[in-house]
Design a binder for this molecule. Structure first.
Ligand code: XMP
Ligand code: MG
Length: 179
Protein backbone atom coordinates (compact mmCIF):
# COMPACT_ATOMS: atom_id res chain seq x y z
CA UNK A 1 0.00 0.00 0.00
CA UNK A 2 1.26 3.47 -0.87
CA UNK A 3 -0.04 6.80 0.41
CA UNK A 4 -1.45 7.38 -3.08
CA UNK A 5 -4.00 4.61 -2.39
CA UNK A 6 -5.73 6.83 0.20
CA UNK A 7 -6.13 9.72 -2.25
CA UNK A 8 -9.11 9.82 -4.61
CA UNK A 9 -7.98 12.75 -6.74
CA UNK A 10 -4.91 14.91 -7.10
CA UNK A 11 -6.18 18.47 -6.69
CA UNK A 12 -2.83 20.21 -7.34
CA UNK A 13 0.22 18.52 -8.83
CA UNK A 14 3.78 19.38 -7.77
CA UNK A 15 4.28 21.27 -11.03
CA UNK A 16 1.09 23.29 -10.58
CA UNK A 17 2.02 24.17 -6.98
CA UNK A 18 5.41 25.47 -8.09
CA UNK A 19 3.89 27.59 -10.83
CA UNK A 20 1.42 29.11 -8.34
CA UNK A 21 4.24 29.77 -5.83
CA UNK A 22 6.22 31.45 -8.56
CA UNK A 23 3.46 33.81 -9.67
CA UNK A 24 2.53 34.69 -6.07
CA UNK A 25 6.21 35.27 -5.29
CA UNK A 26 6.53 37.65 -8.21
CA UNK A 27 3.50 39.69 -7.07
CA UNK A 28 4.80 39.82 -3.50
CA UNK A 29 8.21 40.94 -4.78
CA UNK A 30 6.56 43.89 -6.54
CA UNK A 31 4.37 44.88 -3.60
CA UNK A 32 6.97 44.54 -0.84
CA UNK A 33 10.13 45.92 -2.47
CA UNK A 34 12.25 47.59 0.25
CA UNK A 35 9.60 46.96 2.92
CA UNK A 36 11.48 44.06 4.55
CA UNK A 37 8.24 42.20 5.34
CA UNK A 38 7.98 39.56 8.06
CA UNK A 39 6.42 36.44 6.58
CA UNK A 40 4.56 34.54 9.28
CA UNK A 41 3.83 30.91 8.57
CA UNK A 42 1.19 29.12 10.57
CA UNK A 43 2.48 25.75 11.73
CA UNK A 44 2.51 23.12 10.66
CA UNK A 45 0.52 23.19 7.45
CA UNK A 46 2.36 26.10 5.85
CA UNK A 47 5.91 24.68 6.02
CA UNK A 48 6.20 23.44 2.45
CA UNK A 49 4.47 26.44 0.92
CA UNK A 50 6.68 28.84 2.92
CA UNK A 51 9.74 26.98 1.63
CA UNK A 52 8.69 27.18 -2.00
CA UNK A 53 7.16 30.68 -1.94
CA UNK A 54 10.22 32.48 -0.57
CA UNK A 55 12.40 31.07 -3.35
CA UNK A 56 10.43 33.27 -5.74
CA UNK A 57 10.47 36.48 -3.68
CA UNK A 58 13.31 38.60 -4.97
CA UNK A 59 13.65 41.20 -2.22
CA UNK A 60 14.65 40.95 1.46
CA UNK A 61 12.18 39.15 3.70
CA UNK A 62 12.33 37.67 7.18
CA UNK A 63 10.39 34.61 8.25
CA UNK A 64 8.87 33.44 11.51
CA UNK A 65 6.25 30.93 12.57
CA UNK A 66 3.28 30.82 14.89
CA UNK A 67 1.46 27.75 16.04
CA UNK A 68 -2.20 28.18 16.77
CA UNK A 69 -4.83 25.55 17.07
CA UNK A 70 -8.44 25.74 16.01
CA UNK A 71 -8.78 22.41 14.41
CA UNK A 72 -9.16 18.82 15.50
CA UNK A 73 -10.06 16.04 13.12
CA UNK A 74 -11.64 17.45 9.98
CA UNK A 75 -13.91 20.18 11.39
CA UNK A 76 -12.88 23.74 12.17
CA UNK A 77 -13.91 25.40 15.43
CA UNK A 78 -13.94 29.09 16.33
CA UNK A 79 -11.55 28.47 19.23
CA UNK A 80 -8.05 29.75 18.59
CA UNK A 81 -5.29 29.00 21.05
CA UNK A 82 -1.70 30.26 20.67
CA UNK A 83 0.69 27.38 21.14
CA UNK A 84 3.80 29.15 19.84
CA UNK A 85 3.98 32.91 19.50
CA UNK A 86 6.32 34.96 17.31
CA UNK A 87 9.93 35.38 18.41
CA UNK A 88 9.91 39.11 17.73
CA UNK A 89 7.87 42.27 17.87
CA UNK A 90 5.56 43.11 14.95
CA UNK A 91 5.37 46.80 15.81
CA UNK A 92 5.78 48.92 12.64
CA UNK A 93 6.52 45.79 10.57
CA UNK A 94 4.75 44.72 7.38
CA UNK A 95 3.30 41.32 8.21
CA UNK A 96 2.38 38.78 5.58
CA UNK A 97 0.70 35.63 6.85
CA UNK A 98 1.53 32.52 4.87
CA UNK A 99 -1.23 29.93 4.99
CA UNK A 100 -1.76 26.55 3.41
CA UNK A 101 -5.55 26.82 3.25
CA UNK A 102 -8.32 29.17 4.33
CA UNK A 103 -11.46 27.35 5.24
CA UNK A 104 -13.88 28.98 7.69
CA UNK A 105 -11.55 31.97 8.08
CA UNK A 106 -11.80 31.86 11.87
CA UNK A 107 -8.13 31.15 12.58
CA UNK A 108 -6.76 34.07 10.59
CA UNK A 109 -9.53 36.39 11.64
CA UNK A 110 -8.58 35.95 15.29
CA UNK A 111 -4.84 36.21 14.69
CA UNK A 112 -5.09 39.29 12.49
CA UNK A 113 -6.92 41.10 15.29
CA UNK A 114 -4.06 40.22 17.62
CA UNK A 115 -1.35 41.37 15.21
CA UNK A 116 -3.16 44.65 14.54
CA UNK A 117 -3.48 45.18 18.28
CA UNK A 118 0.29 44.78 18.47
CA UNK A 119 0.61 47.72 16.05
CA UNK A 120 1.87 46.13 12.84
CA UNK A 121 2.35 48.59 9.97
CA UNK A 122 0.26 46.37 7.68
CA UNK A 123 -1.20 42.87 7.71
CA UNK A 124 -1.95 40.81 4.61
CA UNK A 125 -2.45 37.12 3.82
CA UNK A 126 -1.09 34.82 1.17
CA UNK A 127 -2.68 31.38 0.94
CA UNK A 128 -2.04 28.56 -1.47
CA UNK A 129 -5.61 27.26 -1.23
CA UNK A 130 -8.93 28.92 -0.58
CA UNK A 131 -12.16 27.04 0.18
CA UNK A 132 -14.65 29.92 -0.06
CA UNK A 133 -17.67 27.60 0.22
CA UNK A 134 -16.90 27.06 3.91
CA UNK A 135 -16.30 30.65 4.98
CA UNK A 136 -17.91 31.65 8.30
CA UNK A 137 -16.19 34.99 8.92
CA UNK A 138 -14.98 37.58 6.46
CA UNK A 139 -11.24 37.70 5.87
CA UNK A 140 -9.56 39.85 3.30
CA UNK A 141 -7.10 37.57 1.51
CA UNK A 142 -4.81 39.55 -0.75
CA UNK A 143 -2.98 36.69 -2.47
CA UNK A 144 -4.71 33.40 -3.34
CA UNK A 145 -3.02 30.55 -5.20
CA UNK A 146 -6.23 28.84 -6.21
CA UNK A 147 -9.77 28.19 -5.01
CA UNK A 148 -10.81 24.61 -4.39
CA UNK A 149 -14.25 23.10 -3.80
CA UNK A 150 -15.26 21.79 -0.39
CA UNK A 151 -13.71 18.43 0.51
CA UNK A 152 -10.89 17.40 2.82
CA UNK A 153 -7.49 17.75 1.21
CA UNK A 154 -4.10 16.55 2.44
CA UNK A 155 -0.48 16.68 1.36
CA UNK A 156 2.13 19.41 0.84
CA UNK A 157 2.04 20.19 4.57
CA UNK A 158 -1.66 19.52 5.11
CA UNK A 159 -2.54 16.63 7.36
CA UNK A 160 -5.24 14.32 8.52
CA UNK A 161 -4.41 13.43 12.14
CA UNK A 162 -0.77 14.43 11.52
CA UNK A 163 -0.43 12.11 8.54
CA UNK A 164 -0.01 12.76 4.80
CA UNK A 165 1.93 16.05 5.26
CA UNK A 166 4.82 14.52 3.33
CA UNK A 167 2.94 14.04 0.06
CA UNK A 168 4.50 16.33 -2.56
CA UNK A 169 1.09 17.20 -4.06
CA UNK A 170 -2.36 18.13 -2.73
CA UNK A 171 -4.94 15.40 -2.90
CA UNK A 172 -8.51 14.69 -1.87
CA UNK A 173 -8.57 12.19 0.96
CA UNK A 174 -10.92 9.26 0.38
CA UNK A 175 -13.90 9.71 2.74
CA UNK A 176 -13.55 6.16 4.07
CA UNK A 177 -10.22 7.20 5.63
CA UNK A 178 -11.69 9.93 7.83
CA UNK A 179 -15.30 8.82 8.34
P1 XMP B 1 -10.06 28.04 9.24
O1 XMP B 1 -11.28 27.19 9.18
O2 XMP B 1 -9.95 28.75 10.54
O3 XMP B 1 -8.90 26.98 9.30
O4 XMP B 1 -9.93 28.92 8.04
C1 XMP B 1 -7.83 26.96 8.48
C2 XMP B 1 -6.98 25.81 8.95
O5 XMP B 1 -7.77 24.62 8.99
C3 XMP B 1 -7.07 23.52 8.46
N1 XMP B 1 -7.83 22.97 7.31
C4 XMP B 1 -7.52 21.86 6.67
N2 XMP B 1 -6.52 21.01 6.85
N3 XMP B 1 -7.27 19.76 5.00
C5 XMP B 1 -6.39 19.94 6.01
O6 XMP B 1 -5.47 19.15 6.15
C6 XMP B 1 -8.31 20.58 4.74
O7 XMP B 1 -9.07 20.35 3.81
C7 XMP B 1 -8.44 21.69 5.63
N4 XMP B 1 -9.31 22.70 5.67
C8 XMP B 1 -8.91 23.48 6.72
C9 XMP B 1 -5.73 24.05 8.08
O8 XMP B 1 -4.82 23.76 9.12
C10 XMP B 1 -5.90 25.53 7.96
O9 XMP B 1 -4.73 26.23 8.29
MG1 MG C 1 -2.97 25.52 9.01
Amino acid sequence: MTLRNDISDIVLSEEKIISLAKSLGEKITEDYKDKNPLLVGLLKGSIMFMGDLIKYIDTHVEIDFMDVSSYSGTKSSGDVKIIKDLNQSVEDRHILFVEDIIDTGQTLNAIIDLIEYRKAASVEIVTLLDKPANRKVDVDVKYVGTEIPDGFVVGYGLDFDEKYRNLPYIGLLKPEIYQ
